[in-house]
Design a protein around this ligand. Sequence first.
Ligand code: ATP
Ligand code: MG
Length: 346
Amino acid sequence: SYRASVARSAEVEAVLATTPEKLRMLTGDRPTGALHIGHYFASMKNRVKLQQAGVELWQLIADYQVITDREVIGDVQGNVRNLLIDNIAAGLDPQRATIFTHSAVPALNQLMLPFLSLVSVAELQRNPTVKDEAATAGIKAIGGLLLTYPVHQAADILFCKANVVPVGRDQLPHIEQTRVIARRFNERYGQTFPEPDALLSPATLILGTDGTKMSKSKGNVVELRMTADETAKKLKGAKTDSDRHITWDPDGRPEVANLLLLISLCEGVPPEQVAEEIGDGGGGMLKKRLTDALNTELAPLRARRAELEGDPAYIAEVLRRGNERANEVAEATLTEVRERMGMLYS
Ligand code: ATP
Ligand code: MG
């Protein structure tokens, strides 16, 4: 199934190169903290690539998803603002991309009801990402909202009829679930929704400084907004292994391979070559090279970020307009869905 997703992602790349007008993108992040380089390499660069090809973009700030796996939700307002700033700083153009928050679009949740009727509890309980996130959050009981969050995600993707979703590897089970929901809805009520594909990057799973998935909620991150010095300090603490000789061995040496891949993505040089160049330079030289490469790569984003921080009225206006537009489209889709189900009364 991972291989099938990779194959379909390659097909999306082909469509993007020839007929980008056939694509519509939706993707999202949770406002649980500041965005990090995992988001940047796995998803944000593809968002910008799609935008450059003229694809219509929908960028969700998934605030209701914050309450799926935690009791203390933190500074949601501040995190939402930072997500807006990070996305615009990374290159999203609010004139062309609709950036919106889930909680401001009630029709999304109306859409979830018929979708919930199309999935079984057993199917949801099998979802590996739901299991992982429950385990990471350390919660004993899986709440109803955590169990059903792949279904909200289906509503998030399908309300605007998006057919491409740039994401990291952890999101593939949810996209598969969305495809199933779209298919079942279409079979039962008539052709209404596309079956969306993931768009994967060369970095489908970036590891954090502790060697596990880099996650906002875990503190093992290099944040996009960090200074060059903070980045250096964070990377100095990154886990590697005891072998001083650097080699490209993704299966045997995942932490070293992760750092090599990041360098490769910044510099546009194959990771094998980076490994050879560093050779006996060890973890120290590996981290130093990554620090320099990342700080160079992120410098323009960080500069734009600083400017945007100084213009809160603009940021608020981008979200207001985005929510307005998302509501229009969600209402229209909901009307269509009710009509299909024979539940639209004049
Ligand atoms: P949290 O710990 O709160 O879940 P997160 O860091 O996992 O935060 P999300 O908002 O859940 O971030 O994910 C947003 C997007 O970024 C998703 O498409 C996800 O696949 C991608 N993503 C997040 N972390 C990574 C990572 N370490 N490597 C690759 N992609 C990632
Ligand atoms: Mg996550």
